[in-house]
Structures are given as C-alpha cells and as structure tokens.
Design a protein around this ligand. Structure first.
Ligand code: ZN
Length: 446
C-alpha cells in the first residue's frame, strides 16, 4: 500500500483533541501528502473518497500522535542498572561512572534506536531529547521516520562529547545547521540545568535562542536541594536566576518543576513558558511533586515527559498520563483534578505547543501533519467503553496501540515496526547490557 498517495482511516472513535473534549463516532481521517485533508463521518468519506486506500479501524480510537516532551533516549541502555537508590548515590556511584566509560556515538546510536522502537510501539510520534551526541539521535529518528526535537546540550563539565561550554555550543550550532529545514527533525537549546550551567553560557544561549528562533529546554526546580543550593550560591531561586539571565519567555520549557511558589506559577503563566511534568521520574527518585492542578488552573501550558529510562524505567507515555492523573488527585485531595481530557491534551497539543510545533502537530485537524495513533479498545481490560478518553488514560495502556503514522507514513502496522529491525535493536541492547553490567559490578565492588 502506498500511503503517500493518500488514504482514509476509518475509526470507531476519532478523538481530535481540538476542539477540546470532542469524541467523534464512526469518523474518518483523510490523509494526502502526509497531511490531514479532512475529518468527517465515515459514511460520507466512503462516498467522497472512494478511490483512496481505506484503512479500517473498527474497534479503535484514533488520536493525535503522542509527544514525549522530555527524555534522554540513549539512556535506555542504562535501564534498570541501579534502582531504589537516592538521587546522589544513584548518579555518583552508577549512572555517571557508566556514562563516563561508555557514552560515545555508538552508545547513543544504539540506545536511541531502542528508545525509538519502544516509543513508536507506545504511540509516541515525537520526542524532545536531551543528551550527548545528538547527531546520532537525529539520524536514528530520521531513518525511522519519527519526529524529534533534538537538544543542543550544554553543561559546564567536559564529556566524551565536548570539552567546555564553548565546545558544547559550537557543536550544538553545527548540529542545528546540519538539520535545519528537515521535515521531521528540529532542534532546541538544551542547557542541562541551572546548577550545571553557569551564567555566561546561559546568557549566550538566551541570545542564540532568539536569533535562531529555537525553544529552550532545561531541567528546572527538580528538587528542593537544587533550589536551596541556588539560594545559597546566587541569592535567588533558579527560576528567578533564569529570568535575570533572559531565559524566561515563551521559548522556555522547564522540566520537572516540583518546587514552585504561587508567584512563580503566575510568572510562568504571564511569560507563556511551558512546564514538562515527569511524574514517574519525580516519584521514583523521590524528588517531589509538580503542582499540576495549580499550573493548569493558572493557564500554564503543561506537557508530559517520561524522562530517561534510567529513572522511570520505561518510555510509556500513556502510563505516565495515568500516573500524572492519579498523583494530581491524591496530591490535591480533589478527585476532579486533572481530568482525562486535560491529561490527553498534555500528551498531544500541550507537548506540541511547548516545542513550538502546535501549528504542525498535536491535534487531528485539516492542514496538520498526519501524526496519528490507533488503539484497539476491544480487549477485555478495555471493555465496555463508556468514555473512550477515560478508557485511554485509565485502562487501555500502551499495549492497545496497534498502528502509528508520522506525516502519513505507517511506522507501526498492526503492531509491527515497519522501518526498524526490532530483533537487531534488542540484540545490540543486550550486548550493551552485558558490558555495562560487568563494569558497574566492578566499579561498585572495587
Ligand atoms: Zn531529564
């Protein structure tokens, strides 16, 4: 089947996300040249577009592709390496030594491929990444046909990737130039965090982000310790310091935000900045709780991310939405907090808006790219379907995902990856697992 010539996807339910709260019964999405041409009742589509390929999704919900707004794709190779540890021993005794020893282009290539395979199978069509050797991640995503916003990482410390702040920025801008204008790959500045990047590079990044018109993706207020350290060192909280350095703007994508004062939530809303909520990583590392209901009430744009697989330990965005919903309800003692449509919005249009891609993706409306996910709701654990949106969030899970399209190309076809060799990717990951595990054991015991 030649999808590029156009097709009509008929679904039991189409959930376009825009307009908000709408669920369309027995509707079809017409795709031409990778874009959505029309969303209309199936019966009408069969008459009007009878000459197109018809894709039947009779037990399925069809939704916009999910946007994982914060991850470190290559860290899939460190999944499960060291769990159930506090943040600092976890980082200092396991993650950082493994990264120092193994992270290079091949590690990032193989780890990114594992992440891309996992995410496509989970209905993720776009991810925003922050890691070293972003060129490798960009190549892997582009070759798979997946959409990605590749972070131009900056950090004060040397790594196998770059020597110092200047070197990171130089390499980042070269990466940006190399991919500029690509249909699927975008870039964003990705200074690691306020506590790992000093004033001078942050100021330059703020200026460069304006010049190149790029988002600015940074870990922010992840823990109370980070905030206390900033107050001791700079006399202000990290968000205030970023504001002083010119980083608080609609470009800002602050990740985690477990420590926010009411005034900070108001200024995030006033400046049009976005927050990426990563509840499972925050819970697993006991970092704190992002005040999701307060952010939504203030009108802050909120996206959702899995964070890296070392601290989650999966890249399951639907699972992350369920966690976000349950945590919001428990944390606010309000069962009405973060309802299912608001959660789905975070994983679609909210993510797209954070990444500056909301004109292109995030909802099923004519003119946007045909990034779509079909989920089969006929399994026992999904029945009966009173409300397909709440079913997706609270019951279905990623195992319901059967088909995924990015820009109209079917990358997952009845649960089979069409552009990736899943067996080869898994075999490479297992090889890395043996090498990394042996070194971690030597390091921990020596
Ligand atoms: Zn992270």
């Amino acid at each position: 089947m030649n999808d590029s010539a156009g097709f009509v996807a008929h679904a039991r339910w189409v959930i376009p996300v825009e307009p908000a709260g709408r669920v369309l019964d027995h509707h079809a999405v017409v795709v031409r040249d990778g874009r959505i041409l029309a969303v209309l009742p199936s019966a009408q589509a069969r008459e009007q577009f009878a000459d197109r390929v018809q894709v039947e999704l009779p037990r399925h919900a069809l939704i916009p592709g999910l946007v994982n707004a914060h991850t470190h794709a290559a860290m899939t190779l460190l999944r499960g390496l060291a769990d159930d540890l506090p943040l600092m021993p976890w980082l200092q005794q396991h993650i950082w030594p493994a990264e120092q020893r193994f992270v290079g282009p091949q590690f990032v290539r193989d780890g990114s491929a594992l992440a891309v395979a996992e995410m496509l199978q989970a209905g993720v069509t776009c991810f925003s990444d922050m890691y070293f050797f972003g060129e490798e991640t960009a190549q892997v995503a582009a070759a798979a046909g997946m959409r990605a916003v590749v972070g131009l990482i900056a950090i004060d410390f040397p790594s196998a990737y770059a020597a110092d702040a200047d070197d990171y920025l130089r390499k980042g801008i070269a990466l940006h130039d190399a991919w500029h204008g690509h249909a699927l790959i975008r870039t964003a500045f990705a200074p690691h965090a306020p506590y790992t990047v000093s004033d001078e590079p942050l100021r330059r990044i703020a200026t460069l982000a304006e010049e190149l018109d790029l988002p600015l993706h940074i870990h922010l207020h992840e823990t109370a310790h980070e905030v206390a350290q900033s107050e001791a060192r700079y006399g202000v909280r990290p968000l205030e310091r970023l504001a002083q350095l010119g980083l608080l703007s609609p470009r800002l994508i602050g990740v985690h935000a477990t420590q926010l004062l009411a005034g900070e939530i108001a200024s995030l809303a006033a400046e049009g900045a976005s927050i990426v909520h990563c509840p499972e990583s925050n819970m697993k590392l006991a970092s704190g709780t992002c005040p999701l209901p307060a952010l939504l009430a203030a009108g802050v744009n909120v996206a959702i991310g899995t964070d890296g697989a070392a601290s989650n330990n999966d890249l399951d965005l639907l699972g992350e939405l369920k966690t976000a919903g349950l945590l919001a309800k428990l944390g606010s003692a309000d069962a009405a907090a973060a309802p299912a449509p608001a959660l789905l919005h975070m994983a679609t249009l909210g993510g797209a808006r954070a990444l500056g891609l909301d004109e292109e993706i995030g909802s099923l409306v004519p003119g946007k790219a045909a990034d779509m996910v079909a989920l089969d709701l006929s399994a026992p654990h999904c029945q009966p379907v009173h409300d397909p949106v709440s079913q997706l969030i609270y019951a279905a899970g990623r195992e319901a995902v059967t088909d995924v399209w990015v820009a109209g190309r079917r990358l997952l076809h009845e649960r089979r990856l069409t552009t990736l060799d899943a067996a080869a990717i898994v075999a490479k990951a297992a090889e890395w697992g043996e090498r990394i595990g042996a070194a971690d054991h030597d390091h921990s015991s020596g």
